[in-house]
Write a protein that binds this ligand. Structure first.
Ligand SMILES: [Zn+2]
Length: 304
């Protein structure tokens, strides 16, 4: 008898259970739907926000690109202007250099680098524009007046000071000689030795160089006027090895073809030309005058 009752209750239990389950599922479905709706709303909001952010970013990027392009243009213009200024500065500097070179060329006495020969003398009326007397301590005889070309003095003084600092006995025997002085000297020689010997001794080429004021005859305290032995003294060797550094050259070296050997007679031609002649083992008088003339502008360039 128990069975039917049990069965009866079982049936209602089942019905109630299914109803509860359906109600639960229905509620869950409602909750999920609500959640979905909320999430969709959030997503939509996010999408809108993303879209506006993207738009703002794009706008910013565009502006940034434009600014960058503008900056590039400005920079380019600036560089153009700067290079124009550079070109102009260069041109001005070149012009200044050219003017400087021209000024040097125009103002430097061309005779100071001229070659003289038995047929090409310096004009008898020529005299250096600026002459000065040298300090007695550099002269072989303190009583004697010695004049020389003013711009050359700093080179000669430095050479004499350096030589003496190295223990070299050196003094100036003679420098500038006017046409008249030279003529008198030549006449004296002629009287003493006869015309033929006089030409060999004192004249012609050597005289022109002394009339320039840039040729110097050196001696030592022992030799004084007796310069014929100058070839044998240490002073001569020192000059051979060092004079070019100060712009001096031996005008008439041993075995030259144009004038008698004068070891005491040195001419100032500027450091550049003297160094070239020394380095290439050449003589001033065998060089072409046109080649020599290129050194006019460097004549008084300072000792490096
Ligand atoms: Zn001389």
């Amino acid at each position: 008898m128990d069975h039917p009752i049990w069965k009866k209750y079982m049936f209602w239990f089942f019905v109630v259970g299914v109803a509860l389950l359906l109600a639960f599922l229905g509620y869950q479905g409602y909750v999920l739907k609500k959640q979905k709706e909320t999430m969709e709303g959030t997503l939509a909001a996010l999408e809108t926000e993303h879209a506006s952010t993207t738009a703002a970013l794009q706008e910013f990027q565009q502006k940034f690109e434009m600014t960058k392009a503008e900056r590039d243009i400005i920079e380019q213009n600036l560089q153009n202007e700067q290079s124009k200024v550079g070109v102009i500065t260069n041109q001005v500097e070149q012009l200044q250099g050219t003017v400087g070179t021209l000024t040097k060329y125009v103002t430097t006495d061309k005779q100071l680098l001229a070659k003289y020969s038995k047929t090409y003398f310096l004009n008898e009326n020529y005299s250096p524009e600026h002459l000065m007397q040298i300090d007695p301590s550099y002269k072989s005889s303190p009583q004697k007046e010695i004049w020389l070309q003013r711009d050359m003095w700093q080179f000669l003084k430095r050479m004499l000071d350096d030589a003496r600092a190295q223990g070299i006995d050196i003094a100036v025997l003679s420098a500038y000689r006017s046409f008249d002085t030279q003529n008198q000297l030549k006449t004296t020689y002629k009287v003493t030795y006869g015309a033929g010997t006089a030409n060999q001794f004192s004249a012609d080429q050597g005289y022109s160089e002394h009339q320039l004021g840039t040729a110097v005859d050196f001696t030592t305290s022992k030799l004084a006027d007796a310069v014929s032995a100058f070839e044998k003294v240490a002073t001569y060797i020192w000059l051979i090895n060092n004079a070019y550094k100060y712009g001096f050259i031996l005008s008439y070296p041993k075995n030259n073809e144009y004038y008698k050997f004068e070891p005491w007679h040195w001419r100032f031609v500027g450091v550049a030309l003297a160094t070239k002649l020394h380095d290439e083992n050449k003589n001033f008088y065998t060089l072409d005058q046109r080649e020599i003339d290129q050194y006019i502008i460097h004549l008084f360039d300072p000792i490096p």
